[in-house]
Design a protein around this ligand. Structure first.
Ligand SMILES: NC(=O)c1ccc[n+]([C@@H]2O[C@H](COP(=O)([O-])OP(=O)(O)OC[C@H]3O[C@@H](n4cnc5c(N)ncnc54)[C@H](O)[C@@H]3O)[C@@H](O)[C@H]2O)c1
Length: 250
């Protein structure tokens, strides 16, 4: 992280430092992942502070407008301004042929993975403009640039994130707000644990999609996000950066 980036302020909903979704659809409860606990979020914030950074753990459901606005207000009260945002919150979808995806599943995935990014950007952009400019990175996926069987809702949301990113990037490029997306491959996180079923066979199956023969590490996504936030990416606008070990190349 550059010293400039270090001294600036950025929320990252859905990073380990965010808080769990508060509202849940009663019909969907059994198949949605367990959210990050507030304790885990606080633990990450404490770790950042212990290693010389600044962090604040906040509770925010990205599908709830008032939550997003409150979290951003708390963030700007704590740090004085907003320079960067990493809109990373997301849920996966159990692989399901399209006609078998329930309306509730569709709605939940689109609400969190796409509408959540819209709501975050809607309230982040005025704050970043007030700070004189900055950068936003939205999390898409390999599923945002390529179709995967059984991934209709997730793929629609992640393709949508790229469209949203490109349009918003054009709206604010002249105002010095750079908006880009990151498309992650198979990354070793709790989501991938759930997706692979936490079994050696499941892990082998997903790693089989990766030409590099391994899962990516969260740090490998974080470093790409940090680059997109930095001045080294000053000419990078509306881009969907694929960081996926080659998963979507072929
Ligand atoms: N892990 C992968 O292989 C992979 C690949 C491509 C894209 N992604 C995307 O990366 C992002 C992070 O995923 P991850 O693998 O770390 O998953 P994860 O399940 O480990 O973490 C997701 C985070 O999102 C939060 N979240 C879920 N719903 C929320 C809501 N309504 N409001 C606020 N926060 C909410 C959870 O609390 C959790 O902290 C997601 O957008 C995901 O779609 C992941």
């Amino acid at each position: 992280m550059s010293s400039r980036a270090r001294s600036r302020s950025s929320p990252a909903p859905g990073a380990a430092s965010d808080a769990p979704p508060r509202k849940r659809s009663p019909n969907a409860a059994p198949q949605w992942p367990s959210p990050t606990s507030p304790e885990a979020s606080r633990g990450v914030a404490d770790e950042i502070v212990r290693t010389g950074g600044q962090a604040l753990a906040l509770t925010c459901d990205v599908t709830v407008s008032s939550d997003v606005q409150t979290a951003l207000r708390q963030c700007t009260e704590a740090f004085g301004r907003l320079d960067f945002a990493f809109n990373n919150a997301g849920i996966e979808q159990p692989p399901t042929p399209l006609a078998d995806i329930t309306e509730d599943q569709w709605q939940r995935v689109l609400d969190i993975d796409l509408r959540g990014v819209f709501l975050c950007m809607k309230y982040e952009i005025p704050l970043i403009l007030a700070a004189g400019g900055g950068a936003i990175i939205n999390t898409s996926s390999g599923a945002g640039v390529k179709g995967f069987p059984g991934g209709g809702a997730y793929g629609a949301a992640k393709h949508g994130v790229i469209g949203l990113t490109r349009c918003a990037a054009l709206d604010y490029a002249a105002a010095n707000v750079r908006i880009n997306a990151i498309c992650a491959g198979i990354i070793e996180t709790p989501m991938m644990d759930r997706f692979s079923g936490r079994t050696p066979e499941g892990r082998e199956r997903v790693i089989g999609q990766e030409p590099v023969g391994r899962m990516g590490r969260p740090e490998e996504i974080a470093s790409a996000v940090m680059w997109l936030c930095s001045d080294n990416a000053a000419f990078t606008v509306g881009h969907a950066l694929v960081v996926d070990g080659g998963q979507t190349v072929g």
